[in-house]
Design a protein around this ligand. Structure first.
Ligand code: PLP
Length: 953
């Protein structure tokens, strides 16, 4: 006999995922509540979240589900998508993700759960993969320097436009765009140009450029039509006008075509999707940007460079960070923060896997099949628009156009819709001779007599590539699967990701990325769909997207959501554009002042600047709250021109500011809009809603709050959520109805990772999400409590509580011992941990956010490490360790250093390597010693090191 009857919930067992996602169990939660002097979780939450902003009812999201139930429901949606073979092209091509890469990178948490490599010592693996990416891009484009990825090709073109505007010696405010550019790129350029007062002229560069006075030119190579044009004269013409030239170049075509660098271009941009990254209905993919040495300081995004470590050994880290928004704010080169690291890693590994010979074969095959297709079409009487090509043809189809599309779809094929009289067809790595025969029948109705052996080149001879590419050993070494597997493993072994230990980053919410959430990403019904596939084939996607939009409305209390922005920075941009358009619609176009508290994340001022707004900084009071007096004064002063305020809530100082309602009232009173940066939504889901406590618009970061993994610095999704009055101004897309404000190349940005968030919300349900928020705050307060005596918690809210993160003040320690935040961060590596967020939002501090997913034992292990470090600091303070010979200043300790025959330090080797007992069971060894950043920026080197620098040689 059973001695207990099961409750309804236990019987259904559908809440089991909640307990998997939330680290601490009931007993652990009781333990923490006791430590915090609270009787219950409810009482604790009441002491944290101001009553005035609390939700009165539960989230309208339904019940939790098991992993299996949610996967089954999502499977039903996926089945409503139809996967046809795509010949659409237009910037997106079929590719074969090498299985060894799919399983060991794309589906491997050692890669996808890593954080952005700000801590270079524990990121050498992904930094090497990114350096390979940069080398690959600069080799193929023939440019000096390439960055570590852009968000997509369209935004890369727009960023290149502003680079040209900054760097060109021309005074013109006109930008010339090749009419044969990808349509989605042109739409993004127009969106980005408008608020910056840049005029965009679209035309044929070979005939129309001469008469224009411009600061920059964007050319597509090969063109969207497929034509391969020799741009040397155009580039000369542009340079004579002091204009700079950007070439948007297809990465695979560059294996056969003369590089943009060889043709004289100043900037090259493009997409690397076709290097092994699936369509994913538009993303995520890594775009690239490369330029010449002299513009390196104007390059947007992240840049990996080599430097040396404390032992003088070559090591990698992010270079020239002073360009970035974290430091330069509204003067930054760009607002890009999260980029596309995981996808850049995949693309670089695709090049490592195939090597130059393999890539040339792939390019040549696609090209020759295209020539075969073209020859057959012409022999069968079809007329082509382009007379040269790499892999794309534009066919004049006249009144047969719609019949051809129907015949294609009946045969399981999608072709590119251009207009009523033309059809586009693009071939790729996956095309076969059978496909060509099928395409002939579709276009001609019959099979021409063309000899399928015949396949000459149709690349103009003056444009045939002569320079070598990918000669570095890394691209020529790992071509057996065994070698490849071990190379991937060798790199991931160098890094700390969430699969090793807690990553306690403030503001970045490194929570569990559950396996069940990740599974659908590689379902063909989600990842093999072209972003511009016909609507009737993507019903499942659209339904899933609509559901997700309404889930996010339910969470935030807003009325409409756009999932197009593919990072938080892009969500900010889209949100500010909506505010701008709203003011304009009311005849108040002049409103251009954006108030931003001094504690704001760097993307806020950088995004405001991109919208043509003027940033006015508002101070904070001694409690870390927005100084309402200063705010009132500045709102008053700029009343006539006030556009918006951007506030982060709960604040970047990790507290719920009681004054948020009043703040919103002041801004609204002066006709401004309230932008609530939602990156800290992990402290609010199920408890309070920015759309209800005064916000007009927010962006959320699905790669923080909603379980999309960080991927080592991307991908991300940064939806923009707005109130009803701003809904008409959300991003549109040329592939949908309206084209106003297009912020991403694909209509739903990084669509293929949206199932991760859908799964999370579905499995957690209303109750689970709220519980996650509560435990996130419980965990943060527990850590603040355990560490507070050793490291003072800088800011707390009304009842001495923090929200979901806490700032530990290390400035007094610096005073008393000389030990810096850096020393503590690096020493944590010896203890096996990634450092918390350093010196943001306050210099000399560490910001810790445990999230709800960290179990109590792991948080205790982290606290034990932090307390042991405090004891080491005390020994420095007490003079027991000299300032230049202590475990902190020498951290991290490599195995090489600790096992060297000579040891002259004031402390024992065992303390260096095994300061706490748990390390004897599992020790992470930093592969390099502390990085020298200054050396790296002085001796900038951003592509693969010469072989002699590699230790194993
Ligand atoms: C992460 C973050 C952003 C930027 O998001 P990205 O996706 O990295 O562009 C903006 N604001 C805050 C407060 C953040 O924490």
């Amino acid at each position: 006999m059973l001695d207990k009857t099961l409750t309804q919930t236990e019987l259904q067992n559908n809440a089991e995922f909640i307990a998997r996602h939330i680290g601490p169990d009931a007993a652990d939660q009781q333990h923490m509540l006791k430590a915090l002097g609270s009787d219950s979780l409810n009482a604790f939450i009441d002491s944290v979240v101001p009553d005035s902003i609390r939700m009165q009812s539960a989230l309208e999201l339904g019940q939790s589900m098991t992993e299996t139930q949610a996967l089954e429901e999502l499977r039903q949606l996926a089945n409503k998508n139809q996967v046809l073979k795509s010949f659409i092209g237009q910037g997106y091509y079929n590719t074969k993700t090498p299985f060894v890469i799919q399983r060991n990178i794309l589906e491997n948490p050692a890669w996808y759960t890593a954080y952005t490599p700000y801590q270079p010592e524990i990121s050498q693996g992904r930094l090497e993969a990114l350096l390979n990416f940069q080398t690959m891009v600069s080799d193929l484009t023939g440019m000096d320097i390439a960055n570590a990825s852009m968000l997509d090709e369209g935004t890369a073109a727009a960023e290149a436009m502003t680079l040209c505007q900054r760097m060109s010696k021309s005074k013109s405010m006109t930008f010339f765009v090749d009419q044969d550019c990808l349509p989605q790129t042109i739409d993004i350029i127009q969106t980005r140009a408008e608020p910056l007062d840049i005029d965009v002229v679209i035309g044929n560069p070979q005939t129309d450029l001469a008469e224009q006075d411009v600061f920059g030119v964007l050319l597509q190579y090969p063109g969207a039509s497929g034509e391969v044009r020799d741009f040397r004269e155009v580039i000369d013409t542009a340079h004579n006008k002091k204009a700079l030239v950007i070439m948007a170049a297809d990465i695979l075509s560059l294996m056969l075509l003369k590089s943009p660098g060889d043709l004289g271009a100043d900037v090259a941009i493009g997409n690397t999707q076709r290097f092994g990254v699936p369509f994913g209905f538009g993303g995520p993919h890594a775009a690239y940007m490369a330029t010449s040495e002299k513009y390196k300081r104007s390059l947007p995004g992240r840049l990996v460079g080599s430097s040396i470590d404390a032992q003088g050994k070559a090591a990698l880290r992010l270079a020239l960070q002073t360009r970035e928004q974290h430091i330069r704010r509204e003067k930054a080169t760009s607002n890009i923060c999260t980029a596309q690291v995981l996808l850049a890693v995949i693309a670089s590994m695709y090049a490592v896997y195939h090597g130059p010979d393999g890539l040339r074969r792939i390019a040549e095959r696609a090209h020759r099949l295209t020539t075969l297709l073209a020859t057959g079409l012409q022999e069968g009487g079809a007329e082509l628009v382009n007379s040269s090509w790499f892999d794309t043809l534009t066919v004049k189809t006249g009144d047969k156009t719609s019949a051809i599309h129907s015949a294609a779809q009946a045969a399981g094929i999608n072709l590119r819709v251009i207009d009523d009289a033309h059809v586009g067809v693009s071939l790729d790595e996956t095309t076969s001779v059978e496909d060509i025969k099928l395409l002939w029948v579709i276009f001609l109705g019959t099979t021409p007599e063309t000899d399928t052996e015949l396949a000459i080149s149709a690349i103009p001879s003056a444009l045939i590539r002569e320079s070598e590419a990918l000669t570095h050993p890394v691209f020529n070494r790992y071509h057996s699967e065994t070698d490849m597997l071990r190379y991937i493993r060798k790199l991931s072994d160098k890094d700390i990701a969430l699969d090793r230990s807690m990553i306690p980053l403030g503001s970045c919410t490194m929570k569990l990325n559950a396996t069940a959430e990740m599974l659908p990403v590689t379902w063909p019904e989600f990842n093999s769909i072209h972003p511009f596939a016909p609507q009737e084939q993507t019903r499942g996607y659209r339904e899933m997207i609509e559901q997700l939009e309404s889930m996010l409305c339910a969470v935030t209390g807003y009325d409409a959501v756009s999932l197009q922005p593919n990072a938080g920075s892009q969500g900010e941009y889209a949100g500010l554009l909506a505010i701008r358009a709203y003011h304009k619609s009311r005849g108040e176009e002049h409103r251009n002042i954006c108030l931003i508290p001094s504690s704001a994340h760097g993307t806020n001022p950088a995004s405001a600047q991109m919208c043509g707004m003027k940033v006015v900084v508002v101070g904070c009071d001694e409690n870390g709250n927005v100084d309402l007096n200063d705010l009132r004064e500045k709102a008053e002063l700029h009343s006539d021109n006030l556009s918006a305020i951007m506030v982060t809530y709960p604040s970047t100082h990790g507290v719920f500011e009681e004054g948020i309602g009043e703040l919103a009232e002041i801004i609204h009173g002066h006709g401004g809009q309230v932008y609530v940066d939602g990156a800290n939504l992990n402290a609010m889901v199920g408890l309070c809603q920015p759309g209800k406590f005064g916000g007009d618009v927010s962006h959320l970061n699905l790669h923080k709050t909603f379980c999309i993994p960080h991927g080592g610095g991307g991908p991300g999704v940064g939806p923009t959520a707005v109130g009803e009055h701003l809904a008409p101004f959300l991003p549109g897309h040329g592939e949908l109805e309206n084209k106003t404000s297009v912020v991403s190349a694909a209509p739903w940005g990084s669509a293929s990772i949206l199932p991760i968030t859908w799964m999370y919300i579905r499995m957690m349900g209303a109750e689970g999400l709220r519980n996650a928020t509560e435990v996130a705050m419980l965990n943060a307060n527990y850590i603040a409590k355990r560490l507070g005596d050793a490291y003072p918690v800088l800011y707390t809210g009304a009842n001495g509580r923090v929200a979901h993160e806490c700032i530990l003040d290390l400035r007094p320690i610096k005073e008393s011992s000389g030990v810096t935040v850096d020393d503590v961060a690096k020493r944590l590596i010896d203890y096996g941990f990634h450092a918390p967020t350093m010196s943001f939002p306050v210099a000399g501090t560490l910001m810790v956010e445990p999230t709800e997913s960290e179990p109590l034992v792991e948080m205790d292990r982290f606290c034990d490490a932090m307390l042991a470090i405090r004891e080491e600091i005390r020994q420095v303070e007490a003079g027991e360790f000299p300032a230049d010979s202590n475990p902190l200043v020498n951290a991290p300790h490599t195995a090489e250093v600790v096992t060297a025959d000579e040891w002259t330090q004031s402390y024992p080797r065992s303390l260096a390597a095994y300061p706490l007992a748990y390390l004897r069971d599992a020790k992470y060894w930093s592969p390099v010693g502390r990085l020298d950043n200054v050396y790296g920026d002085k001796n900038l080197m951003c592509s693969c090191l010469p072989l002699s620098e590699y230790a194993e040689d």
